[in-house]
Write a protein that binds this ligand. Structure first.
Ligand code: GRF
Length: 211
């Protein structure tokens, strides 16, 4: 169990069921991730993950993207909510809106995303279907820093998982989701508590760990 310093405040942005949000909540409760969720933000009031957040007593906010005239004003509203909640790191967890330059320019702290493939293979939608269709024998999970390019930012952590000949899109998605739930809290902890820097597009962690 990690103790001591005040936990850094993170936000989790969701659009749907929120199983990664739940994994993050559990990792914090188990002491595997030293952080406090200061905001769960959804772009859809029906996002199932909002129920997990409320059940855990976390602050939530809904910003329906359709209420904004354009992406820039939506991005600015997100940035303002993050800044008001004193957020130090953002985790996109099934957040189905592109993050634009207005958010990155306003909120000048790291934003992470998790993607169910070994990027740069299979970016975009339906990564698991793309992997099965392509016939790869190995796929996996990537946590990366968010840039304006979709699924293209510097990679923080990746973990591989086998693709079986018998896999369907759903069975592969289920296997990868279990890996996501392990990897995302680990990656968040690394970014928050290890010293790192960007060298070109490579995230370099210095050893030994700072804490
Ligand atoms: C996950 O597969 C994640 O990698 C992708 O969207 C899905 C979100 O699932 N970006 P959940 O809402 O966290 O259950």
């Amino acid at each position: 169990m990690l103790t001591g310093s005040e936990p850094p405040r993170i936000a989790v942005l969701i659009s749907g069921r929120g199983s990664n949000l739940q994994a993050i909540i559990q990792a914090i409760a188990a002491g595997r991730l030293h952080a406090e969720i200061g905001l769960v933000l959804a772009n859809r009031a029906e996002a199932g993950g909002l129920q997990h957040a409320r059940a855990s007593g976390l602050p939530t906010e809904v910003l329906p993207h359709g209420n904004f005239p354009d992406r820039e004003s939506f991005d600015r509203a997100i940035a303002e909510a993050l800044i008001a909640a004193r957020i130090e790191l953002v985790c996109l967890a099934g957040f189905m809106r592109r993050v634009g330059p207005a958010l990155l320019d306003h909120f000048r702290r790291p934003i992470l995303n998790i993607h169910p493939s070994l990027l740069p293979a299979f970016p975009g939608m339906n990564a698991q279907r793309q992997a099965v269709t392509h016939g790869v024998k190995v796929s996996g999970v990537t946590v990366h820093l968010v840039t304006p390019e979709l699924d293209d930012g510097p990679i923080v952590l990746q973990r591989a998982a086998p693709v079986l000949d018998t896999d369907t899109e759903q069975t592969l998605a289920d296997r990868l989701l279990a890996v996501e739930h392990e990897v995302y809290p680990e990656a968040i902890h690394l970014v928050l508590h290890r010293k790192w820097r960007l060298v070109g597009r490579r995230v370099e962690f210095s050893d030994p760990p700072l804490r």
